[in-house]
Design a binder for this molecule. Structure first.
Ligand code: AMP
Ligand code: ZN
Ligand code: FE
Ligand code: FE
Length: 282
């Protein structure tokens, strides 16, 4: 079966592979198609598509939006998007500005406590990137304040820790409208990641469907076979399609390879065909 990976981060957000390198890696691994789904922006998409074309690799333009569902975090994947569309561009700009404002405030808090960190330093260290907490964590490690990224999160940057500030999130329904308005389809990323109890999970998925989501990410690197079966069943019961992706972040998620989940699970091209049907592309 032709393998695909519809959830890949590049240096456009917090992955470590440049977009062209991600395409090269996918081709080297023999994947037939990938989607570049950076957090809150699609600035890596064009380069990956271009390199993919040279390599005979299909690259789907995507994005992963941080959204809010009834006060809970919900990651939303958009596929076949047009990031320049007037339906989507303002939302992406807003998300990036939110992030920049949050980064500036977090860095100011750290500076006040004597840490040697600044936005210009981070931008120099991670060029062409939409900065986030993982970059700050690596900077703190490089400066010797902590001995690992894990320690940086545990001590300073994890949710609820002193230097983690909240950032505004798009409301789920609005984010779905933006993606669809740009010609794309919306899919709930890793729906089991939020620790919802069963009742909340069903409500989450039913709400998302009502709001216009077309699919659920069933094949996922952190899913057990039981998790995958559950998401497949929930999708089938609701007439939603399923997608699959690794959430590859390069060396920033150690041990997680592109195109391959844990164990023997992988996503086949049939999932992309289902998604294309949902998107009205075939
Ligand atoms: P941000 O988008 O700036 O809020 O950063 C979120 C990213 O930070 C996530 O995608 C994770 O990769 C990473 N992250 C969040 N919490 C932790 C944690 N407790 N330990 C390690 N990495 C984390
Ligand atoms: Zn990420
Ligand atoms: Fe995510
Ligand atoms: Fe992701």
């Amino acid at each position: 079966m032709d393998r695909i990976d519809l959830h890949i981060h590049t240096t456009a957000s917090d992955g470590t592979d440049f977009p062209c390198a991600a395409a090269e890696k996918a081709a080297r691994l023999g994947l037939r198609a990938i989607a570049v789904t950076d957090h809150d922006n699609a600035s890596g998409v064009e380069e990956a598509i271009k390199r993919g074309r040279e390599l005979g690799l299909e690259v789907i333009p995507g994005v992963e939006l941080s959204t809010d569902w009834r006060g809970h975090k919900a990651h939303l994947l958009g596929y076949f998007i047009d990031a320049a569309s007037p339906a989507l561009a303002p939302a992406l700009n807003w998300a990036v500005t939110e992030r920049e404002e949050r980064n500036a405030k977090m860095v100011a808090l750290m500076q006040r406590d004597g840490f040697d960190i600044s936005i210009p330093d981070l931008m120099e260290e991670f060029p062409g990137t939409v900065l986030g907490r993982p970059h700050m964590a690596e900077h703190l490690m490089r400066k010797g304040y902590v001995s690992s990224v894990k320690e940086a999160f545990n001590k300073y940057l994890a949710d609820g820790m002193p230097y983690c500030l909240p950032k505004g999130r798009l409301e789920l329904g609005r984010a779905i409208d933006c993606i669809k308005g740009s010609g794309g389809v919306a899919v709930l990323a890793h729906p089991l990641q939020y620790g919802h109890d069963e009742k909340t999970l069903l409500r989450f998925i039913d709400d998302a469907k009502l709001l216009g989501v077309s699919g659920l990410e069933a094949v996922y690197s952190e899913h057990s076979p039981e998790d995958e079966a559950l998401v497949r069943r929930l999708a089938a019961e609701r007439g939603l399609c399923i997608t699959g992706g690794s959430d590859y972040h390069g060396t920033r998620k150690a041990g997680l390879e592109m195109g391959i989940g844990f164990g023997s699970m992988f996503a086949g091209y049939d999932l992309l065909e289902g998604l294309k049907k949902a998107a009205g592309k075939i």
